[in-house]
Design a protein around this ligand. Structure first.
Ligand SMILES: *Cc1c(COP(=O)(O)O)cnc(C)c1O
Length: 392
């Protein structure tokens, strides 16, 4: 017996649910790429990105996924053999570091954990040892989508400043932009990047980079530059140069529609919606945890992200639970990856999500725990409802 027919929920940490307005925006003919309304769409997207990243600096659009933006950040600012320091807090900063190795950079990983955010004191200690400033860039993710940790970016910036270190501070906001507060200029971040398919509610295929003055200065002498990703070419006078070729037009129409939705709601209200729905999710998990099997991936409540929540199942395979919610209830929830592979669940709650989707997802999981006889505390969904009622 299945009850899944009806609207499907995709509650994984990317790609995420695409709003109908965004899907509809793509249903139109292609446009001239040399003149006409496409040019305005480009400027609308580049300026919208400045508002999302909270920066007055330059923004770039790539027809690429997040991995492409990783390469754009590195190749535009660094030289072969430069040392980069990767601040680990799960899987994704390490992945960026692996990309850096392939590009010929010398990668050092500052070890972290899957339960805790990056420790700013450890960052300061390591940078103080780098007296001749061999480290040219410091790479970190704001939210690590594998561990569910949300790093304290201003605290890491402070640690870099306390060490008096000039390394470029580069940030992956793929699982956080449009979900949690980010302030590129106020936090003095040199470069930030993100993708279209998570908090930004757009189909996969676009990624975005914002580069501050110090990143642009480093670009002048960078020798890893490659034509497609190159900022200098993209600064050129012709419209097609912004994309190094034909613009990904339909994805840009989609992204513009998503920007309109975010701006109609107000970015700060978007952050607030994510915070309330994420906390509702955490309230439910705290109740399930009373059964002794389920536990949070991230130890400190203040370090759990508002875009993705990770919980572990001690002694139970999470695969049948995911299969149950998907095939019986019509809700796809994520599995854990990397060090946590096969050990837990990731609930993506970013982008186009509302209270019904969160409460429905929690209810489907609660139902699955019951059907599969996985021990859990009773009243989890009620706890989520009561939290939301109090937060409104
Ligand atoms: C999803 C994700 C990526 C990878 O993005 P792709 O579009 O799959 O290349 C990188 N970093 C973070 C934090 C992510 O969540």
């Amino acid at each position: 017996m299945t009850l899944r027919n009806g609207k499907e929920f995709l509650m994984i940490p990317g790609p995420t649910n695409v709003p109908d307005e965004v899907l509809r925006a793509m249903h139109r003919p292609a446009l001239d790429i040399y003149e006409g309304p496409m040019i305005q769409t480009t400027y609308d997207c580049l300026e919208g990105l400045q508002r999302l990243f909270r920066t007055k600096e330059r923004t770039y659009i790539y027809a690429a996924n997040g991995h492409g933006a990783w390469d754009a950040a590195l190749t535009n600012t660094l030289c072969r053999g430069d040392k980069v320091l990767v601040l680990a807090s799960g899987r994704f900063a390490i992945g960026w570091g692996e990309a850096a190795s392939v590009s010929g950079l010398d990668v050092e990983v500052l070890p972290g954990s899957w339960q805790h955010p990056v420790d700013p004191t450890a960052v300061e200690t390591r940078l103080r040892q780098d007296t001749d400033h061999q480290i040219k860039a410091i790479l970190v993710v704001q939210v690590d989508t594998a561990s569910g940790v949300c790093n304290d970016i201003p605290a890491i910036r402070k640690a870099i400043d306390a060490a008096g270190h000039p390394g470029l501070f580069m940030m992956d906001c793929i699982a956080s932009l449009g979900c949690v507060p980010f302030e590129m200029d106020e936090w003095n971040v040199d470069l930030a990047l993100t993708g279209s398919q998570k908090g930004l509610m757009t189909p996969p295929g676009l990624s975005f980079v914002a580069a501050g003055k110090r990143a642009l200065k480093a670009h002048e002498t960078a020798d890893l530059r490659v034509n497609y990703l190159d900022w200098t070419f993209r600064h050129g006078p012709e419209h097609y140069q912004k994309y190094c070729g034909t613009p990904p037009e339909h994805l840009l129409f989609a992204f513009k529609a998503a920007l309109d939705l975010i701006e109609a709601e107000g970015l700060e209200n978007v952050w607030k919606r994510h915070a309330i729905l994420a906390e509702a999710c955490r309230r439910a998990i705290a109740v399930w945890a009373e059964g002794g099997v389920i536990s949070f991936g991230v130890t400190g409540p203040q370090h759990r992200s508002n875009s993705v929540t990770v919980f572990k199942l001690d002694g139970y395979d999470p695969a049948p639970l995911r299969e149950f919610t998907r095939s019986v209830c019509g809700v796809t929830i994520g599995g854990t990856i990397g060090d946590l592979s096969g050990k837990g669940i990731r609930i993506g709650h970013m982008g186009h999500i509302n209270a019904v989707m969160i409460l429905g997802t929690l209810s489907a999981i609660d139902l699955g725990l019951k059907k599969l006889n996985i021990p859990h505390g009773e009243g989890a969904v009620q706890a989520a409802i009561e939290y939301i009622a109090g937060a409104l």
